[in-house]
Design a protein around this ligand. Structure first.
Ligand code: ADP
Ligand code: NA
Length: 336
């Protein structure tokens, strides 16, 4: 059993990234390694060049994301943690699979249609063939399972189609080269909203730093931001329905629920009838308590370039070794 999953390297990481993405990876690592499975986690830096990008920022963001993953609990000894660019088998296998993937299949990808819009001719070839690289990312490790959100289901289907056609066209009957990976649907992640309005997504691109809790924020910053978070003058309701039409209140209670593991109903049973003067300090303390160890480790690691490079180097070595047999067999099957 082997899970393979990638994440785009981004900087300025915040509570939304933690609760919506990184925390799921940590949970999967712990769940799968307990069952004797393996996790291959990669920073998708090769994917990043499909869009206009700043080379200096890409390298920095790759290290920043690595630091965050490790600080949040990804253990480089338990999981294979690496960046794609250091494992040439990803790009090599993509080229080999380009012989099998059909243009019509890629033309049907809704993400391509959405991202390219009316200007298809102006897009990079990489944006068009991105799903073939995604197929290579998982097939090269013979992944048995791939976590996919709603927007990635079609790409995993494509990876399975490519694998099946390759097995069919180039492998002896009963001796397929590629494993067809099964999707696993991660538990619904919390969607965290801006602290300024409760309706826009918490995002690194929001110009106001007060709109988000950064993973670099210390206890004072966290308490200050929660204190100033937009709320209303009413007391909290004692039932979840009472949060309807109160986006700021719903967001703050949602953050409390995601951080504490308690249900909204439990939280409202405790805080219903109390105002934000009572709820905000409790939420701030909860965030500080849970984020302080992550924050300390993150701030230390992100400044230790050597340590981060060593983590990625070691992960890439493991990934190169794991990918070599499949790559060799693919060349062989194609008569190369
Ligand atoms: P941003 O919106 O800050 O630019 P990204 O688009 O780089 O964040 O997202 C990186 C990952 O973090 C994605 O998996 C995304 O789903 C998750 N994520 C980002 N913002 C949030 C949020 N506010 N709530 C939940 N998950 C989020
Ligand atoms: Na974004």
């Amino acid at each position: 059993m082997r899970i393979v999953s990638g994440i785009q390297p981004t900087g300025n990481l915040h509570l939304g990234n933690y609760l919506g993405a990184i925390r799921n990876w940590v949970a999967m690592q712990d769940e799968w390694s307990a069952k004797g499975g393996e996790c291959f986690y990669f920073l998708a830096d090769l994917h990043a060049i499909s869009m206009p990008h700043d080379p200096k920022a890409l390298g920095e963001n790759t290290r920043e994301m690595t630091a965050a993953l490790v600080a949040c609990g990804i253990d480089p000894d338990k999981s294979t943690l690496f960046n794609q660019a250091q494992v040439p088998a990803h790009a090599e296998l993509q080229w080999l699979l380009n012989g099998t993937a059909r243009v019509g299949w890629l033309n049907r990808m809704t993400q391509w249609k959405d991202k390219a819009g009316k200007n298809r001719d102006g897009q990079s070839v990489a944006l068009f063939t991105y799903p073939v690289l995604q197929a290579a990312d998982v097939l090269i490790y013979q992944a048995t399972h791939v976590p996919v959100g709603e927007d990635q289901k079609q790409h995993l289907e494509l990876a399975r189609d490519i694998a099946q056609k390759f097995n069919n066209d180039f492998c002896a009957e009963g001796a397929p080269l590629f494993t067809l990976p099964e999707p696993i649907i991660p538990p619904a992640a919390a969607r965290i909203m801006s602290l300024r309005d409760g309706t826009n997504k918490m995002s690194k691109s929001d110009p106001s730093d007060m709109s988000r809790i950064n993973l670099t924020d210390d206890a004072d910053a966290i308490m200050g931001k929660i204190k100033k978070a937009k709320s209303d003058a009413d007391a909290l309701p004692s039932e979840a329905e009472g949060l309807e039409g109160r986006p700021e209140a719903r967001n703050l209670v949602g953050i409390y629920a995601a951080m504490s593991g308690q249900s909204v109903a439990q939280i409202l049973a405790d805080f219903g009838g109390k105002g934000f003067g009572a709820f905000k300090p409790a939420l701030g303390e909860l965030l500080v308590e849970q984020l302080a160890p992550i924050n300390a480790r993150f701030n230390e690691l992100r400044q230790d370039r050597e340590a981060l490079n060593a983590i990625l180097r070691k992960g890439a070595e493991k990934a190169r070794a794991a990918s070599a047999p499949t790559l060799a067999a693919t060349y062989d099957a194609l008569g190369l």
